[in-house]
Ligand binder design. Structure first.
Ligand code: PPS
Length: 300
């Protein structure tokens, strides 16, 4: 599709509805039959996250680990959302995620999803695909999601921040409750060994260490110098400047409202939560998370 056509395209804000027990919008369910019947291949790598947990960061890291040495044209002209198709995405600004994934020429194919574990197409499990899950603490995740919903017309209107936290706590943000998402994938890890569970906070704390972690999970022996180059290339400031990684080429986001690469910090929630909001959130959090061994850091 030509850039001019894309710029003129009006994407109406969608309504939410219940879909298989989670809050959804039609942009992620319109292609559902093809999503559910998607044929994964044994060497596919699925990058799974709740929205705004570090998907693009890990996608770009994996892309560079596997294909960073490929042609300079690829590095300068193929945006991340085409390198790593978003499986359930069905917004008429780019081809549906299933189609982009089917057309990928690279091996392994890197595929992104925000689906909760129970809705992932079964072929990924049947093929024993490797899965990298990224979790981010609920407070920063909620803040990031709020700003994303403000600037992205594919998402429902977020309303004000106070109402948004209520919605987040009630599990009514798109893709359902953050709580169930992070726990569902955490539980999956117990029965499915091909799953690496990473944390956004760990990536911020020591990207190099997490890169090593990824390489060992994926069985990659990327030379140290190359790993160091990748570590530098995926720092927040570098990615923010990089049009292939910062989503500036997709027409549905208004960076004047808020950029995709917004802050990239742990603890930004402190600039948003009032003391009262924080207390209510903490109490609610304890109830939802009381039965899990999963813990998150809200500051470093
Ligand atoms: S999406 O739309 O769900 O795919 O978004 P996602 O990529 O999961 O999350 C976007 C947030 O991740 C931050 N980000 C980074 N932080 C630090 N370093 C790097 N390299 C990096 N890349 C992306 C991005 O800034 C969003 O978080 P916030 O808190 O809004 O800044």
């Amino acid at each position: 599709m030509s850039e001019d056509l894309l710029k003129g395209m009006h994407i109406p804000r969608p309504d939410v509805f219940d879909f298989e027990g989670i809050t959804m919008i039609h942009y992620f369910t319109d292609n559902w039959e093809k999503v559910q019947n998607f044929q994964a291949r044994p060497n596919d790598i699925l990058i799974a996250t709740y929205p705004k947990a570090g998907t693009t960061w890990v996608s770009y890291i994996l892309d560079l680990l596997y294909f960073g040495q490929q042609s300079p044209e690829r590095q300068s002209s193929l945006p991340i959302y085409e390198r790593v198709p978003f499986l359930e995405f069905a917004v008429p600004v780019i081809p549906p995620g299933t189609e982009l994934a089917d057309k990928l020429q690279t091996s392994p194919r890197l595929i992104k999803t925000h689906l909760p574990v129970q809705l992932v197409p079964k072929s990924f499990w049947e093929q024993n695909c490797r899965v990298v899950y990224v979790g981010r603490n609920a407070k920063d995740n909620a803040v990031s999601y709020f700003h994303f919903d403000r600037m992205n017309s594919v998402q429902p209107e977020p309303g004000d921040w106070n109402g948004y936290i209520e919605k987040f706590m009630a599990g009514n943000t798109v893709f359902g409750p953050w709580y169930d998402h992070v726990i569902g994938w955490w539980e999956k890890k117990k029965s499915y060994s091909n799953l690496l569970y990473l944390f956004f906070e760990d990536l911020v704390e020591d990207t190099g260490r997490e890169l090593e972690h990824l390489c060992s999970f994926l069985g990659l022996s990327t030379p140290i110098e190359e790993r160091e180059r990748i570590r530098e290339g995926v720092q927040f400031d570098a990615m923010k400047k990089n049009p292939m990684a910062n989503y500036s080429t997709i027409p549905v986001m208004d960076f004047k409202i808020s950029p995709f690469m917004r802050k990239g910090k742990v603890g930004d929630w402190k600039n948003h939560f009032t003391v009262a909001q924080n207390e209510t959130f903490d109490q609610h959090y304890k109830r939802w998370m009381k039965d899990t061994t999963l813990t998150f850091r809200t500051e470093l």
